[in-house]
Design a protein around this ligand. Structure first.
Ligand code: SME
Length: 154
């Protein structure tokens, strides 16, 4: 991905958060800001519900609504409780192709105050190698902000 001013975008996210409203309006705004600021194909969330991930707030084209634990990059990230950086989705066994335009992706599990994964953040690019270590580092910071507002909202 081309050079982006990630520290500036993080500051913009922080200043966008409205402490007078609950988690979801803030999450929606964060995703909108990220999508508007970067050349991403899709950015959004899947919420943990029993043994599935259910599509949560997102920006971009319509996506798969239900993902089983352990399936696809999202399900694996939830199961293994670690981020995945996938520079080429075709090389990831079991990748779920919600949209054929998606070529590379990052998925990061988000944890509640008890360290339990409650959601995953999914970022898709329509370019091969469109997402790299810089993007992983940036989205890890975005994840910390989302976790912080989630924990405060409980
Ligand atoms: N590609 C994902 C599915 C979700 S969409 O990309 C929005 C996966 O394999 O987990």
């Amino acid at each position: 991905m081309k050079e982006n001013n990630y520290p500036l975008i993080l500051k913009q996210i922080e200043s966008l958060i409205d402490e007078n409203v609950s988690f979801y309006p803030n999450l929606g705004n964060i995703l909108a800001l990220v999508k508007e600021s970067l050349s991403l194909f899709w950015v959004g969330t899947y919420i943990v519900q029993k043994n599935h991930l259910v599509l949560g707030p997102f920006q971009g084209p319509p996506a798969c609504t239900l993902i089983e634990k352990g399936k696809g990059v999202c399900g694996k990230s939830w199961e293994k409780e670690r981020p995945f950086l996938v520079p080429d989705v075709h090389s990831f066994e079991g990748h779920i192709a919600c949209n054929p335009h998606s070529k590379s992706e990052i998925v990061i599990p988000l944890r509640d105050q008890n360290k339990k994964v409650f959601m995953v953040l999914d970022i898709d690019s329509d370019e091969l190698n469109g997402l790299g270590q810089k993007e992983l580092d940036f989205f890890q910071e975005v994840s910390f902000i989302i976790e912080k507002i989630y924990r405060k909202s409980l």
